[in-house]
Design a protein around this ligand. Structure first.
Ligand code: MG
Length: 258
């Protein structure tokens, strides 16, 4: 009798388990079918990331690689007065003029490495001052902001006179630093009025310092910025601030139009 009861129990157990497994499988299949609907297979993002030597990714346009500055021109037909140091750094010379890209860009990811002078001269805005002018209009400030007080919305990684960086991630003078900039260009309506303002995200030495902030207009030192309709793509430039304390250096500049 005991044997019969044990056999019946075992049979019930097997039947129950098989039933549960089948039900679970059906459930899994329906979940999987739903999940598959959300899978995107038609767009395949692919890029070979640079090696850990700050190499540009495979799809980037290299603007400066330590050898020549042929991707740039001077303002108003002037010759570029910047010099290439033995270590490949592209260094500003007083009054050398801005470095303007030959190509025009709108939405982009931009990587820039810069070095403020090891020998510190000047203070505040006269110490390692340069700038990355997106579209030639919207400045991300470059400055030696290592123990160098100045107005906060004019320090390194500020959207100049518009947005103070979330933190000061500056390294000591003479050390290489990096900006990684994600920029969305402004959009204008046919009638010239602003449709969407520009936005920017900036990482300074890998640290988030501008988190998708809205640019309120072209950089203006004196006045409140006001948008004025312009092309969807424009050259960007690197500022020659033109005074003594600013022989700023750049290297490894690349851009990925988005
Ligand atoms: Mg500047």
């Amino acid at each position: 009798m005991k044997k019969i009861i044990a056999s019946l129990l075992a049979l019930t157990c097997i039947t129950f388990t098989a039933h549960t497994q089948a039900k679970y499988k059906n459930y899994q299949d329906s979940i999987t079918a739903e999940a598959v609907k959300l899978e995107v297979w038609t767009t395949v993002p692919a890029v070979i990331p640079g090696a850990f030597t700050n190499e540009a990714p495979s799809d980037a346009i290299v603007l400066y690689n330590g050898k020549d500055f042929s991707a740039f021109h001077g303002r108003d037909g002037k010759k570029i007065g910047w010099k290439i140091d033995p270590d490949g750094a592209l260094t500003d010379v007083k009054g050398a003029g801005d470095l303007i890209t030959n190509q025009s860009f709108g939405d982009c990811q931009l990587h820039v490495e810069f070095r403020t002078p090891a020998i510190v001269k000047g203070e505040g805005q006269s110490r390692g001052n340069s700038g990355v002018y997106l579209m030639g209009l919207y400045e991300i400030q470059v400055l030696d902001s290592y123990k160098n007080p100045t107005y906060s919305n004019g320090q390194a990684a500020a959207v100049y006179k518009q947005h103070i960086p979330l933190v000061n991630a500056s390294r000591e003078p003479g050390q290489w630093q990096a900006y990684d900039i994600l920029f969305k260009a402004p959009v204008f309506k046919e009638n010239g009025s602003l449709d969407k303002p520009a936005t920017v995200t900036v990482l300074h030495n890998g640290v988030l310092v501008q988190n998708n902030v809205t640019i309120i207009g072209p950089t203006d030192w004196v006045r409140k910025p006001v948008y004025k309709k312009h092309e969807a793509k424009l050259p960007l430039f690197f500022q020659d601030h033109g005074d003594d304390g600013n022989p700023i250096s750049y290297r490894n500049i690349w851009i990925r139009p988005l």
